[in-house]
Ligand binder design. Structure first.
Ligand SMILES: [Zn+2]
Length: 385
């Protein structure tokens, strides 16, 4: 038996919390059917994050376009901060209240993954970043993880279905299984070179049988110019000072004329490791750190009922606009209905809470993953870790 929900069940509103079902029942029995505005907003961010990347918008559209509601939302990939609503739904509460659970779930997980990928991207600078996280989540979620890792800033993804979803070729190296089954690192690397299409980069895994330095030189001698990188996935028990091992391998490769051979690092790598390893490492395979990123705790808050501002304690009432300067990116939240102005830097502001769904139709064509990623990378230049 499969333990995941189907899209059919999600669209029917069957992935919901029981208290929403009971609320609907009570409101219906009392004849209360009100027009409300509800915003999706993060009041806190995980860890010490000062910003996050909005993701999950395309999947939310799948749910929202079936409903008789009007929606404004930030574009997928928008970098946002706390108290900046990312989406507002206007409609009869009875029509959409039960979808709160599913919509939050779509935003919270995807945005957490995209944000962690973006943080790793910031830490890695221009170095290569490949998502290896498919194996750390339920397989039905693997393409979702890979897509959000990619739009957050990864250069590529290792799992085939995820790569298909983002329209890129999957990126990978070689598993220990290949080397164990062939029985020798050089022979396995030569077999890869012989059998696999030339467009796949030759990355040899050099920690299977013996010392990384020895294996690195052996495969470099064997493949010469064709060797793109050596991968160090050294087990924790043997790592000691992993950075020192990398430096040693780099030194020995350089000394023998293999300056072009890159160091590809993997195995439990986190954002903080990237900062440490970046002076020596050239590429990273990141798994758990991105795939199991903390969820962003969005909440759906009612901010207006029948045209009147209202909210629970601790939340700001009323429909809002989020004005962002096109030039410096500075952002302010304003009551809805006001016009964007001019930023202190002289740049023009725009309302980034844009019309998204109306009358069952999306208000613009959803961009491909590569375009969302470009948008994220542009904004990342304006934020700090
Ligand atoms: Zn500005």
């Amino acid at each position: 038996m499969i333990h995941t929900a189907t899209w059919k069940q999600i669209k029917k509103g069957l992935v919901t919390d029981i208290y929403f079902e009971r609320t609907k029942k009570i409101l219906e029995s009392k004849g209360i059917d009100m027009q409300v505005k509800a915003e999706f907003v993060a009041h806190v961010l995980p860890l010490d994050w000062q910003w996050a990347v909005l993701a999950g918008v395309e999947e939310c559209a799948e749910v929202l376009k079936e409903l008789p509601v009007e929606v404004r939302a930030m574009k997928e990939g928008t970098v946002f901060g706390i108290e900046q609503p990312v989406m507002e739904i206007s409609g009869r509460y009875l029509e959409f209240g039960r979808y709160e659970t599913a919509l939050l779930g779509l935003f919270c997980q995807a945005s957490g993954i995209a944000t962690m990928a973006a943080r790793c991207r910031k830490a890695a600078g221009e170095k290569e970043l490949i998502s290896f996280g498919a194996r750390r989540v339920h397989p039905t979620l693997a393409p979702l993880v890979e897509r959000n890792a990619y739009i957050g800033g990864c250069d590529g993804v290792s799992a085939t279905l995820g790569a298909k979803l983002i329209g890129r070729d999957p990126r990978g190296t070689m598993p220990h299984a290949l080397i164990l089954l062939i029985g020798d690192t050089v022979e396995a690397t030569e077999a890869f070179d012989e059998v696999i299409e030339p467009t796949a980069k030759r990355v040899s895994l050099i920690d299977t049988f013996t010392d990384e330095k020895v294996e690195a030189l052996n495969v470099a001698h064997a493949l010469g110019e064709k060797l793109y990188a050596v991968r160090l996935d050294t087990p924790g028990s043997r790592r000691g000072d992993f950075l020192a091992i990398m430096r040693e391998v780099r030194w020995e490769l350089d000394l023998r004329g293999y300056k072009n051979v890159k160091l590809f690092i993997s195995g439990g790598i986190h954002e903080s490791d990237i900062e440490r390893y970046n002076p020596v490492a050239d590429a990273y395979g990141i798994g758990t750190a991105i795939s199991s990123a903390p969820a962003i705790d969005f909440s759906m808050d009612i901010v207006e009922i029948e045209g009147k501002p209202i909210s629970k304690r601790g939340k700001m009432s009323g429909s809002k606009s989020v004005f962002r300067c096109r030039q410096c990116g500075s952002t302010r939240v304003s009551p809805a209905g006001q016009k964007p102005g001019t930023c202190a830097c002289g740049g023009a502001e725009e309302d980034i809470l844009m019309p998204f769904v109306a009358n069952g139709d999306l208000q613009y064509d959803l961009p491909p993953a590569s375009q969302i990623r470009d948008f994220v990378l542009l904004q990342l230049k304006k934020v700090e870790l």
